[in-house]
Design a protein around this ligand. Structure first.
Ligand code: CA
Length: 239
């Protein structure tokens, strides 16, 4: 059986070391990252079986990471590590979609018990994260695992940002997104805040789809608001 991949997002070295040690003991393939922005990139770059996510992080906090992942349709299990009970209240109150919580200081035995329980639950769910990795809308296929996009038999070469943008739209056909929303959710922190950045990326994406032979526009302009994925072309078929 393939080893399960776990991402540990924790900026405190001692805690991270302890977690990494115990995860390795369980024969899990664990990766450590100490920064929120880097964590989000890692989470988007490949499939994970579980994330141990600290609440307070440099870059982007655990709540924001969770919110963005869920907004993009990711169902990766998240075990949130919080520093105090008041933070735990905040996490629970926001119901952002973390799967479980442990407050610091925690016993590593307790954390590992939660880890095992979450991984068991996921394998019983037939790995939903993997199952959702291909988005099919008619002849357009977006494969999140290989980051490949095809239109019929034509491969479309996209930049990382264009790919993220197309995936983001394709996950929610018909839903209208404002440019500022796209900047926050696709670009993330560190974007320049210019709405024309979105316009120019969408124009390039459209041109590439058209060059590949798209008969109709996949991404429609909603005047005065933003953009949406053409729901007339959408036939969601998650393979
Ligand atoms: Ca921290």
């Amino acid at each position: 059986m393939q080893r399960k991949c776990v991402l540990v997002v924790e900026d405190e070295q001692d805690i991270a070391d302890l977690l990494m040690l115990h995860l390795a003991d369980q024969n899990l393939d664990a990766t450590w990252c100490r920064d929120g922005v880097q964590a989000l990139q890692l989470l988007r770059s490949r499939t994970w079986d579980l994330v141990l996510l600290d609440l307070r992080l440099p870059g982007l906090d655990g709540l924001e990471i969770t919110r963005r992942l869920r907004a993009q349709g990711s169902r990766v299990p998240i075990l949130m590590l919080t520093a105090k009970t008041t933070e735990l209240d905040r996490v629970l109150g926001l119901e952002l979609g973390a799967d479980d919580y442990v407050s610091k200081p925690f016993s590593v035995v307790e954390v590992m018990a939660r880890v095992k329980a979450l991984l068991r639950r996921v394998s019983m769910d037939a790995a939903p994260e993997r199952a959702a990795s291909r988005i099919v809308h008619g002849v357009l296929v977006v494969d999140e695992t290989t980051r490949a996009v095809t239109l019929g038999t034509t491969n479309i070469e996209l930049t990382a940002r264009e790919f993220d943008l197309l995936t983001f739209f394709a996950q929610s056909p018909g839903r209208v997104f404002r440019r500022t929303q796209l900047l926050d959710q696709v670009w993330g922190t560190g974007h320049d805040g210019y709405e024309h950045t979105v316009n120019s990326h969408i124009n390039r994406l459209r041109a590439k789809l058209q060059a590949a032979g798209a008969a109709e526009e996949y991404i429609l302009t909603v005047w005065g608001v933003g953009y949406k994925f053409n729901d007339a072309l959408a036939s969601v078929d998650v393979a």
